[in-house]
Write a protein that binds this ligand. Structure first.
Ligand SMILES: NC(=O)c1ccc[n+]([C@@H]2O[C@H](COP(=O)([O-])OP(=O)(O)OC[C@H]3O[C@@H](n4cnc5c(N)ncnc54)[C@H](OP(=O)(O)O)[C@@H]3O)[C@@H](O)[C@H]2O)c1
Length: 432
């Protein structure tokens, strides 16, 4: 059986390309003729070369079930030459997940925890890097962290200290194939953002590469498209260094929209009969919220899916983009109460930020308070959607959706079961 692969990179046109005679499996085994196979936005389609028996497999997404060596080979045929060259040198890509070691930093965070569990469930050899005291307020001790991550190896280190993370991986001699970073400043304060979103992430990259890592998956944020805040600038500096790292290192930069925890802050007050507070008319911004589990799945896909190599990946959850007004209406419907809104003029925030900014010039310890004000202002008015670089307008249709968990189901669960696991912790304001 021979299969002629004529592939096109994210387009529907068929171009002359690589030829493969690899054996088919997982649905391709019935394909016994010469044909054309193309990659179109994560979908594979096949057409016989004669055109007479052409058919398509319209929704054949490159899922885990399909990640056979053949499909990997097919996908590679569609990659840009430099990506193809880098990927072909990554010997772990042809191995089973159990033989692939993935180091996860920021493992104890809201998203990191789910990524560790997802990667363990997918069968990878997972190294979860944690602090001895982790979680919000450092309330989780080392024994609890080990209990929280069955199936993984927990390594305790301080990623903000190069020597600490380097030596933790040297003994007991851990070799790493892939690094996933879910690190983030827990406060969003200026210094802490540079310490964690930039420096600690850079330390983790260097330590991982020193142990053999050749692919880095970064949990970033969609808001870095319009960088006005310090943590966004810190993230962008790291993104830039990652993209230009060289030496065969590949990357996937995941830029999600809002997390559920960032939108759940008013569930309990609305449930208790309070109003829903929003800025302006409640339509100043919108987002496509994504759950922890769905985002963890998308991040995990970035390890195995070669289409996600060397890509910036904005990502939201399923369904349409929602404004704060729509989120509030949804919440009132779920709690079964008459909608009651408080609309705060956005100008009030500008006034407060102006005052704090001026005071911080005299009292430097107010610098972070001013920054938190700016973070709040940013999320009150900026959408968490793809920003059109030409029009500078947010574009819901251009923001990809992933997964199946909806905000409505999340609100419903919070109303019935409470907000456990959705705490914002040190994040005094909505931080993306
Ligand atoms: N909130 C949103 O709606 C939203 C939307 C889009 C993107 N994002 C982005 O998603 C990312 C992750 O968010 P998240 O909510 O999962 O973060 P998180 O819950 O605050 O977790 C942060 C992780 O970083 C670690 N970390 C923080 N400070 C550290 C330090 N000094 N030393 C060592 N480790 C430290 C934490 O470890 P410990 O447990 O030891 O503290 C934790 O594992 C952030 O980059 C954020 O900007 C957020």
């Amino acid at each position: 059986m021979s299969l002629s692969l004529v592939s096109a990179r994210a387009t529907s046109s068929l171009l002359p390309g690589a030829v493969s005679s690899a054996p088919c499996s997982h649905g391709f085994s019935q394909v016994s003729s010469i044909g054309f196979l193309s990659l179109q936005h994560s979908h594979i389609s096949f057409r016989e070369s004669s055109g007479l028996l052409g058919f398509q497999l319209p929704s054949l997404k490159i899922s885990r079930e399909l990640e056979t060596p053949l499909v990997r080979q097919i996908c590679r045929a569609a990659l840009a030459p430099e990506v193809e060259a880098a990927v072909s040198k990554q010997s772990w890509r042809s191995k089973e997940p159990k033989d692939t070691t993935v180091m996860i930093v920021g493992a104890t965070g809201y998203i990191g925890k789910f990524v560790v569990r997802e990667m363990v469930n997918r069968g990878y050899n997972v190294i979860a890097v944690a602090r001895e005291k982790s979680g919000i307020g450092g309330k989780v001790d080392a024994e609890q962290t080990i209990r929280d991550f069955p199936g993984s190896t927990v390594v305790f280190a301080d990623v903000s200290d190069t020597d600490s993370i380097t030596s933790a991986l040297q003994s007991p001699n851990i070799n790493v194939d892939v690094v996933i970073s879910c690190l983030a400043s827990r406060t969003g304060g200026k210094k802490d953002s540079w310490k964690i979103d930039y420096q600690a992430t850079r330390n983790s990259l260097d330590a991982g590469v020193a142990r053999g890592a050749s692919h880095f998956v970064l949990l970033s944020a969609i808001c870095v498209q319009k960088p006005l805040l310090e943590f966004q600038k810190a993230k962008l500096k790291f993104e830039d260094e990652l993209v230009n790292y060289g030496n065969g290192l590949t990357y996937s930069i995941v830029r999600p929209t809002a997390f559920f925890k960032s939108l759940g802050g008013q569930v309990q007050s609305v449930q208790g009969g309070g109003p829903y507070v929003m800025f302006g008319d409640g339509k100043l911004c919108a987002c496509k919220p994504i759950s922890e589990a769905d985002l963890a799945s998308f991040i995990s896909d970035c390890v195995s899916d070669v289409e996600k190599v060397n890509q910036m990946l904005p990502i939201g959850g399923p369904g349409k983009a929602l404004t704060p007004l729509e989120q509030g209406e949804m919440l009132f419907k779920i709690v079964g109460k008459e909608p009651k809104f408080i609309k705060v003029p956005i100008g009030i925030m500008d006034f407060v930020i102006g005052v704090l900014d001026n005071l911080s010039k005299v009292f430097p310890n107010l610098e972070d308070a001013a920054e938190f004000g700016k973070i709040g202002r940013y999320y009150a008015a900026e959408s968490m959607l793809v920003l059109d670089p030409v029009t500078q307008k947010y574009d819901a249709d251009a923001t990809p959706g992933y997964g199946s968990d909806t905000l409505e189901a999340f609100f419903d669960r919070c109303v019935r079961e409470g907000m456990a696991g959705q705490e914002l912790g040190d994040q005094a304001v909505f931080k993306s």
